[in-house]
Design a protein around this ligand. Structure first.
Ligand code: SF4
Length: 445
């Protein structure tokens, strides 16, 4: 197991936690409110079907190791999911209390409490049962984000070797460098990764498939390969001025905030964030959080059409982020090669028009309009296909691609969903790979 450390002095360390860890009294009180519903709707709305009433009941009796075991047996990334899952639209939205117009059980915060205390100082194998019989077969996983980590951890539990090839220096994917720091910090992610590594997997960071190791070598060295590719570089707008200094992609910006002690925003008085998704909202809130006085989101359509979660956008607006609807950035204006303002135009049916909508001063322009797909890497495996969006095509029951030895999951398949969806994919793929290794086919009998 590698002892990796987050760099010190980064901007993310200035952020507090969105929700403080519950005290024991608070956790037991909240757990006591749960009705332990027989047909618990909260379980149905969790993509990994965590047995929520059971782990909450264990919290009530102070059995925190048992609560953590219940969570981890359904979701190996139970700690990060407790922090980054949009519980307001998943498990908590279906809690019976919500239906009755009352405060739903704080499932996310209880899960965080159980994971914090239940795994502290523990090796993962002290909590989860690992197959005694080893298969002697290994699986290669591209990427070390949530999908690959969940897949590798499940494979390790099932008795297989797992080797993850991660081109970044940090394992964890977006959990490492893309999650808002008030939800989950890089150091928290590294702790979770270390816990998963204790199941017995090898993570090779700084290794890029297609550059440092070839696709053919992977197929030679491993019985199966899992593509946990995630998404590629931030997309660009294709407008004049987009390449000048001060124009960055949102994922790049969040990564800098989390990993670069040299990041300096002191000269930025005004920033513009382009986009209407959760990444745009995260970037805008982070800019306010590091002290940028004026942060404006520019979105092509109306607020009600934004794909960000309502509660996240409401929090951003509360924190002083401004929103301009039905406008598009047509040009980034610059002086001496550095962004100074954006020129806006009105939008007709989501498309920029020629009608001027003024200029907005901005020393930083953050583009949160999506990320490219890693189509070339995926299709370099024989019989692996991508759809029109560039997402890897799989059978959703098994996560198998058209190549019988290649499986895929996570953002590279779904185009960008939640961590919990990636975990579900990875775990599902691991069981299919297990069947392939032990029985010669990934199909369910
Ligand atoms: Fe508890 Fe709410 Fe789930 Fe019922 S629906 S088991 S009350 S968390």
């Amino acid at each position: 197991m590698t002892n990796r450390q987050a760099p010190t002095g980064c901007g993310e360390q200035d952020f507090g936690e969105k929700y403080a860890l519950l005290s024991r009294a608070e956790a037991i009180f909240e757990a006591s409110r749960c009705l332990y519903c027989h047909d618990a709707p909260c379980i149905q709305s969790c993509p990994t079907a965590i047995d929520i009433p059971t782990f909450i009941r264990k919290i009530r009796t102070d059995n925190l190791r048992g609560a953590a075991r219940t969570i981890l047996s359904a979701n190996l990334l139970g700690d990060s999911c407790a922090r980054v899952c949009p519980v307001e639209v998943l498990c908590q939205s279906t809690c019976v209390f919500e239906r009755w117009g009352q405060e739903p059980i704080a499932i996310g915060r209880l899960q965080r409490y159980a994971m914090h205390h239940g795994v502290v100082g523990a090796d993962a194998t002290a909590i989860l049962d690992k197959a005694e019989q080893r298969s002697g077969q290994s699986v290669g996983l591209i990427g070390a984000g949530p999908a690959s980590l969940a897949c590798a951890g499940t494979l390790a539990l099932l008795g297989h070797e797992a080797v993850l090839y991660e081109k970044d220096g940090y394992p964890g994917g977006l959990n490492a460098t893309g999650v808002a720091p008030y939800k989950f910090k890089l150091g928290d992610n590294l702790q979770e990764v270390a816990f998963l590594e204790s199941l017995g997997m090898e993570i090779r960071t700084g290794v890029e498939v297609g550059v440092d190791v070839s696709v053919d070598e992977l197929l030679e060295q491993h019985a199966a390969v899992f593509l946990g590719l995630g998404l590629g570089a931030d997309s660009k707008l294709g407008i004049p001025g987009q390449d000048c200094a001060g124009v960055v992609g949102a994922v790049h910006w969040i990564r800098q905030l989390k990993t670069d002690p040299e990041l300096d925003v002191s000269g930025i008085e005004q920033a513009v964030v382009v986009g209407g998704g959760n990444t745009a909202v995260d970037a805008a809130r982070e800019l306010r959080g590091v002290g940028v006085p004026k942060v404006t989101m520019v979105y092509r359509r109306s607020r009600t059409e934004m794909s960000s979660y309502d509660h996240e956008l409401a929090a951003a607006l509360d924190e002083g982020v401004q929103l301009i609807e039905r406008a598009a950035v047509a040009e980034v204006l610059a002086a001496d090669g550095k962004a100074t303002a954006v020129r806006l135009v009105e939008v007709d049916a989501g498309r920029p028009s020629d009608r001027d909508a003024g200029t907005l001063p901005a020393q930083l322009v953050v583009l949160a309009i999506g990320q490219s797909k890693l189509r070339d890497l995926a299709t370099s495996f024989a019989d692996v296909a991508c759809d029109a969006r560039g997402c890897v095509e799989v059978d959703l029951e098994s996560m198998a691609t058209g190549n019988p030895r290649v499986f895929a999951g996570g953002d590279g398949v779904n185009g960008g969903m939640e961590v919990v969806n990636a975990v579900h994919d990875g775990q599902l793929a691991a069981h299919s790979i297990d069947r392939l290794i032990r029985g010669g086919s990934h199909d369910q009998a």
